[in-house]
Design a protein around this ligand. Structure first.
Ligand SMILES: *Cc1c(COP(=O)(O)O)cnc(C)c1O
Length: 400
């Protein structure tokens, strides 16, 4: 842990805006290579016989490279992860009353996609060290109407996929067989699990290339990975007006985005490595600060540190945690986010659509968690400022 006098020194120095957002944007990590890919693709498209088609090398190459990276048979590029989650739910052919189990500590998108396809959201609790869907709690919530388990690879770490797949096998749907396990990996591209990259395990996995995520294709974009040959055909049809046999619309990304995607994917290991370097350095700078529980990385996982998720002690839950975030922002210019409160609390529409469901364990956990700004381009100097600020803030709150 950084000594008091050293902290004063660090905090007296120049500050940066890089860490003023809890969830900083990735745009600044583009290089000339991405810019050149854009220009080259646009120039090539000015030939009227070429244009901006979608059955084109840029898109097909990017999809092949993405599938290879995740170690799967297929990847399909789309215009965003929200779309991909909808597509996964469409492929389930939900009937009214069908249930999908979704972690309460989550972004709102997965639950919205269940409801969008006429399904019923059943919230589950998460493990309090990893923030991932708790397989035991998931199993308790399975009914004869359950069709799928919908874990989010929360904040860059893998969900316990093998345990969830076992639960899915052990509790088959009476008509459809083993439950589908669908991963929302919008925040977790490049993370690992038991020697695989996230995106390998489960029925399918959805990724985001939105400007905040681990890599980005000009601000928007996404992909779905799967090993299922039929499912990928269904996704291709949905993406392009149904292919004549089924419902569909237009969910495609542009070839300019795909060309940037290929460059970003090549750089992704470096982004993830940088996030890991920042996180591991931060673990050391904060070690010995008794109040703060630092992010946990189970041995079978390789965290991509999309967010640096910490916990305050139970006695600091709620108001005192909020004070910590406010002091960090107002006095030190360090952004923190609460990612995320249970969605039936954070999102009024989801409250309305999941009446009577309330998970006290998740509620309490959400009052303790906070994520400290992290970004692949942070230096040791940035990390020292952030950690000095957090230590100062905690020491102050300790006396209150
Ligand atoms: C960002 C995010 C999404 C949505 O991704 P888009 O590509 O912006 O549609 C979905 N789920 C999670 C967990 C996210 O963080």
């Amino acid at each position: 842990m950084i000594e008091t006098s050293r902290r004063r020194e660090i905090l007296a120095g120049e500050r940066s805006t890089l860490y003023s957002f809890g969830e900083p944007l990735l745009g600044g990590t583009y290089t000339e290579e991405e810019i050149e890919a854009v220009v080259k693709t646009i120039r090539a498209s000015m030939d009227p016989s070429v244009g901006f088609g979608f059955n084109v090398d840029e898109i097909l190459n990017f999809e092949r490279e993405f599938a290879e990276f995740c170690g799967v048979r297929h990847a399909i590029s789309i215009n965003g992860a929200g779309t991909g989650l909808d597509m996964a739910m469409m492929a389930l052919n939900l009937e009214p009353g069908d249930e999908v189990i979704v972690p309460a500590i989550n972004f709102k998108a997965a639950a919205l996609s269940v409801i969008g396809q006429g399904g019923k959201v059943v919230w589950c609790d998460v493990d309090e060290r990893t923030f991932q869907a708790d397989p035991e709690d998931v199993e308790r919530r399975i009914t004869p109407r359950t069709r799928a388990i919908f874990p989010v690879h929360m904040n860059g770490l893998s969900a316990p996929m093998d345990d969830l797949l076992e639960v899915a096998e052990r509790n088959p749907h009476p008509k459809h067989g083993p439950l589908a396990v669908i991963g929302d990996a919008a925040r977790a591209l490049g993370g690992g699990y038991k020697g695989t990259h996230i995106g390998k395990k489960g029925w399918c996995t959805v990724f985001s290339f939105h400007t905040q995520k681990n890599m980005t294709t000009l601000g928007e974009g996404g992909a779905i990975t799967t090993d299922d040959d039929e499912l990928i055909e269904r996704f291709r049809a949905i993406r392009q007006f149904g292919g004549g046999h089924t419902w569909g619309t237009n969910y495609k990304m542009t070839k300019v985005q795909a060309a940037v995607g290929s460059v970003q994917l090549r750089r992704l290991p470096e982004f993830v490595e940088s996030r890991r370097r920042v996180a591991h350095e931060r673990h050391k700078l904060l070690a010995g600060l008794p109040e703060i529980t630092l992010p946990h990385e189970p041995p079978e996982c390789r965290h991509s540190f999309y967010l640096y998720t910490c916990l305050v002690p139970d006695a600091w839950a709620g108001a005192k945690r909020d004070r910590l975030i406010a002091i960090m922002r107002e006095e030190y210019g360090v952004g923190c986010v609460v990612a995320n409160p249970p969605q039936y609390i954070q999102t009024p529409y989801l409250r309305k659509m999941t009446p009577g469901q309330d998970l006290p364990h998740s509620n309490r956990l959400a009052e303790r968690l906070f994520c400290v700004s992290i970004h692949p381009s942070m230096t040791t100097r940035h990390n020292e400022i952030i950690c000095a600020a957090l230590i100062e803030t905690v020491e102050r709150l300790r006396k209150e």
